[in-house]
Design a protein around this ligand. Structure first.
Ligand code: 13P
Length: 339
């Protein structure tokens, strides 16, 4: 029997965090479009190959979240990605939701789909090497939203997913993302994140999900990106911790933040500030997509001649976030390494 608590704890081991490389075909196309690279099955494979085969990354990266296409692809010398990662001591994971779709009778709100046939898909992913999974619910802040209807519908689906994962001996990462797009204040982010977590942990408990055998992947509590008053890193850390202390049971081994559109250095600095205020009841770590990949993607630019430079850029971000796990990061380290 797989020990799910052990896997969850390994994913939040000291000094390490998770790389989210599970962009759907649509999302990775957007990322490639931004730097003028054509998105083909081979260019997507080559890009992921560059990230996963970075020497030394496993010192800072505990696990990688893959996409359905990626978990079936291989390194340039033919080793399936999940097997290669395992050999490096990196735990392979898989995104299993099929995306956020418009929620009926709820203008501007979405519900995440993917429950139909999930039991069978989880069994296949486990055979392909996945030890953990991810499901992302999306909550928007706006005029009169989110509704309680949206929060509880998404929370219910997250809990159904998480229970199926545990049944399949896969650690569920439960991701309720409150988007920070908009001009809302940090107090509004706090309120909506709090309502969201209340619904999520109520549903998880009601649906028999063991808190010891899961990880939470939330947003940090931030000022909306268009808000005229932007909170300081210190304020962000305080509000974020206050919110999570109220809602996240100590039995949950770790909170792994998403970066959600923060700049890579902001995401690192804020994680660092939060950890500098520890110890906390849970490990506080990262499961970053854009904040780990952005400089590397730009440096690579689709050219095989740039692979080494792209790997250096990725390794640097992985290292900085690894240091932020213990509050040992400082922004001066960015310049020293860049020089
Ligand atoms: P970002 O860190 O780019 O927000 O991505 C994390 C993720 O996996 C979102 O589902």
């Amino acid at each position: 029997m797989a020990d799910l608590n052990e896997t969850a704890r390994a994913l939040v081991a000291p000094g390490k965090g998770i790389l989210a490389a599970d962009e759907s075909t649509g999302t990775i196309k957007k990322r490639f479009d931004s730097i003028g690279i054509e998105s083909t099955e081979e260019s997507r494979r080559a890009y992921r190959d560059m990230l996963f085969t970075t020497d030394g990354a496993s010192d800072h990266i505990s696990g990688v979240i893959l996409y359905d296409e990626t978990i079936r692809q291989s390194t340039s010398d033919g080793t399936p990605f999940p097997k290669y990662l395992e050999q490096q001591g990196v735990i392979p994971g898989i995104k299993v939701d099929v995306g956020a779709k418009p929620l009926a009778k709820a203008e501007g709100e979405t519900v995440t789909e993917g429950l139909d046939g999930l039991r069978e898909r989880l069994n296949e992913y486990r055979e392909l090497g996945a030890k953990f999974a991810k499901w992302r619910a999306v909550i928007s802040i706006g005029d009169g939203i989110p509704s309680e209807y949206c929060l509880w519908t998404n929370a219910h689906a997250l809990a159904r997913y998480a229970a199926l994962c545990q049944e399949a001996e896969i650690v569920p990462i439960v991701e309720p993302e409150v988007l920070m797009d908009g001009d809302h204040t940090i107090e509004q982010s706090f309120d909506v994140t709090s309502r969201t977590l209340h619904a999520v942990f109520t549903e998880l408990r009601d649906q028999k999900v063991w808190f010891e055998e899961m990880l939470l992947k939330p947003n940090m509590v931030l000022s909306g990106y268009d808000c005229s008053e932007q909170a300081s890193d210190q304020q962000i850390a305080e509000m974020t911790l206050k919110c999570f202390r109220r809602h996240v049971p100590a039995a949950v081994p770790g909170i792994v933040f998403l970066s959600g559109g923060q700049s890579d250095e902001d995401a690192t600095a804020r994680l660092n500030t939060i950890n500098a205020m520890g110890p906390h009841p849970w490990e506080v770590s990262f499961s970053y997509g854009r904040a780990l990949q952005a400089p590397s993607l730009k440096t690579w630019a689709g050219e095989s001649a740039n692979v080494q430079a792209g790997q250096e850029a990725y390794l640097h971000r992985a290292k900085m976030n690894g240091l932020a796990r213990s509050g040992s990061y400082s922004p001066e380290m960015e310049e020293k390494v860049a020089a």
